[in-house]
Design a protein around this ligand. Structure first.
Ligand SMILES: [Zn+2]
Ligand SMILES: [Zn+2]
Length: 350
């Protein structure tokens, strides 16, 4: 990437939804883009977007693009392939000059919600005044009918925002106000960011390690993507009231993959113990005793017994049942003994 300190590197172009990366294409500094079908009307970047779109399992979906990729011919081409396309943009060559000029010269002057649009080769190009002038492209929106706008509760931007004067005029002293905004903007805000989401999920638990071989990062990336995709599918398909958090899912995943190991099995039991246990003494006050509507098996006793069984210590017994438990964790716990303390302790011994 241009601003990264090293000259070597890969770029990966992905198409994603809900943080699930459906497909991607490599490019390296040395070899450029991987092989793909080229089209005379499109730049190589445009061809790349087209290839990724065509790899999707179906047509008639809308793709929200990063402004790095877009051009009017690409939007025309995507439409011809039965894809919707929406993006914001920076001013560039084929974008109507007068709209681009608005951004440069009148960003601080135009009233809030001023909307100017032009159609170029059947593609809607628009400039919309918000905090600043937003330039956009769409092959599925129109803006000349009342139903092309919707009412949306908007929060007043901070005073220091560059267009404070214009904004204050609209909001007055209100922090939130219902305002009519174009569907284009609402859709963009709502659906853009499938790839960003994937990146956020990946960054928190990266498997990447420093290496001396330049292809290792690609393998790490593939592992990360496989894990994140699995997690996103899990979250989309799960009907449980208490789905695993990302961390619990990743822990479960390695426990299952390494299930021949005793330690992994114990770790897995620990994950099942629940995610709301206290890891911070400051939030201890959130947990308090509560009588439960039904008697249930003490969470700590049953955890301990499962561990013992796993370690084959020959200890037999039945987990105690209790009508009391923690209201915050929503689990039964024995009133007597140290089940409460041990369950709520960060340091869970095996
Ligand atoms: Zn609790
Ligand atoms: Zn107990």
């Amino acid at each position: 990437m241009p601003k990264k300190p090293i000259k070597q590197g890969y770029k990966i172009y992905g198409i994603a939804d809900h943080g699930y990366i459906y497909n991607w294409m490599w490019s390296s500094r040395e070899k450029g883009y991987q092989d793909m079908v080229l089209r005379p009307t499109l730049t190589p970047t445009g061809c790349l977007v087209r290839s990724l779109a065509l790899s999707l399992p179906r047509r008639f979906v809308t793709i929200y693009l990063d402004n790095y990729f877009i051009s009017v011919p690409l939007f025309v081409e995507l439409r011809a392939c039965n894809f919707g396309a929406v993006s914001t943009t920076r001013p560039y060559k084929e974008f109507p000059q007068y709209l681009a000029e608005l951004k440069n010269r009148f960003a601080l002057k135009l009233e809030w919600n001023t909307l100017l649009a032009a159609v170029v080769q059947g593609i809607l190009c628009l400039a919309w005044q918000d905090n600043n002038i937003v330039l956009g492209l769409s092959n599925i929106h129109i803006v000349d009918k009342a139903e092309d706008f919707r009412e949306k509760a908007r929060r007043r931007p901070v005073k220091t925002s560059i267009n404070g004067r214009i904004i204050r005029k609209v909001f007055g002293s209100d922090y939130v106000k219902d305002l009519q905004i174009p569907y284009f903007i609402d859709d963009y805000n709502q659906y853009m960011g499938g790839v960003d989401l994937a990146n956020q999920f990946r960054e928190v638990y990266e498997t990447h390690k420093p290496t001396f071989r330049n292809w290792w990062p690609l393998l790490y990336w593939l592992i990360d993507v496989a894990c994140i995709n699995a997690y996103r599918l899990y979250r989309l398909s799960i009907v449980s009231q208490r789905p695993l958090t990302h961390l619990q899912f990743r822990t479960e995943l390695y426990c299952k993959l390494l299930s021949y190991s005793e330690k992994a099995k114990l770790q897995s039991l620990r994950v099942q113990l629940g995610g709301k246990r206290v890891f911070n003494p400051d939030v201890l006050h959130l947990h308090y005793w509560k009588k439960r509507p039904k008697q249930g098996t003490c969470a700590w006793c049953s955890y301990r017994l499962k561990c013992e069984k796993l370690l084959n210590r020959g200890i037999k017994g039945v987990a105690k049942r209790s009508v009391t438990g923690c209201s915050f964790c929503d689990v039964p716990l024995c009133r007597e003994g140290d089940c409460w303390t041990r369950y709520h302790s960060n340091d869970v011994p095996y």
